[in-house]
Design a protein around this ligand. Structure first.
Ligand code: 5GP
Length: 120
């Protein structure tokens, strides 16, 4: 079942440092940490610290435009910090068909190997 937009997720605990995470970037608006189950040599999740109903991209409203753009920019900053000078992939899974498992918007940053296209 798809949870409600404001239901807490494991990412809230990571933001509050209640559970450990390998954090690679943090500021007042965004947090980036290594995925616990990496699908590439570099696999980082970039999330907004304030969810504001953004359980997934499909819930985006116009008020979210600023944070959405900011998170994409931070994905680029982290990619550079990680030395992904040959390129990288950005993924946002949404809903059951998109294989979303955590309902707090997150950008996957994948790199360090040749990616395949089309994805599965
Ligand atoms: P989704 O499938 O929703 O697009 O992505 C959720 C991601 O969160 C998955 O890649 C999963 O491995 C990762 N993940 C789930 N729980 C944790 C956790 O407790 N810590 C970290 N670092 N990653 C997690």
């Amino acid at each position: 079942a798809v949870p409600t937009d404001d239901a807490p997720t494991i990412f809230d605990k990571i933001i509050k440092k209640e559970i450990p995470a390998n954090i690679v970037y943090e500021d007042d608006k965004a947090l980036a940490f290594r995925d616990i189950s990496p699908q590439a040599p570099i696999h980082i999740l970039i999330i907004p610290k304030v969810k504001d109903g953004l359980s997934g991209l499909s819930k985006a409203e116009e008020r979210h435009c600023e944070i959405l753009g900011y998170l994409l920019y931070i994905a680029k900053v982290v990619a550079k910090q990680e030395g992904l000078d040959k390129g990288f992939r950005i993924v946002i899974n949404d809903g059951p068909d998109g294989c979303q498992s955590v309902y707090h918007l997150h950008i996957h940053l994948l790199g360090g190997r040749q990616m395949n296209w089309p994805p599965g």
